[in-house]
Design a protein around this ligand. Structure first.
Ligand code: SF4
Ligand code: SF4
Length: 116
């Protein structure tokens, strides 16, 4: 389920709003996406995959909210990490090429889902 939009990182490109299949986001007066209908999230990761600046985090749990903080996600290098796991963006290309950080990111994301 979508858990976080980083206002610091977001460049207001609107892509997450556009690609979300269930219209979870609204856009506020500053152009920032707001999680308006979290319960409609399908945990499809499309928004996180498309965000060009790693400003979103979707947790593995589809049916329950997970408490996350932006600083914790930054400390664990998890903000936007799905993009790297699937090979999107330059960070993804690096991790796929090096074939090293992807399993670590996967494991760390699972830990978040378990509340660790
Ligand atoms: S994970 Fe999918 S359904 Fe959920 S907010 Fe992102 S794009 Fe929308
Ligand atoms: S895709 Fe990322 S940068 Fe673009 S509006 Fe959404 S959160 Fe902001």
């Amino acid at each position: 389920m979508i858990e976080l939009v980083s206002e610091d990182r977001c460049i207001q490109c609107g892509l997450c709003v556009k690609v979300c299949p269930t219209n979870v986001f609204d856009t506020n007066e500053d152009g920032l996406p707001v999680i308006a209908r979290q319960e409609d999230c399908q945990t499809c990761y499309m928004c996180e995959a498309y965000c060009p600046v790693d400003a979103l985090f979707v947790a593995h749990h589809a049916d329950e909210k997970v408490a996350v903080t932006e600083q914790d996600l930054i400390d664990r290098d998890l903000l936007g990490s799905w993009r790297a796991i699937i090979g999107f963006g330059s960070r993804g290309k690096v991790s796929m090429a090096a074939n090293d950080t992807t399993p670590i990111l996967r494991q760390a994301r699972s830990g978040i889902a378990r509340g660790e």
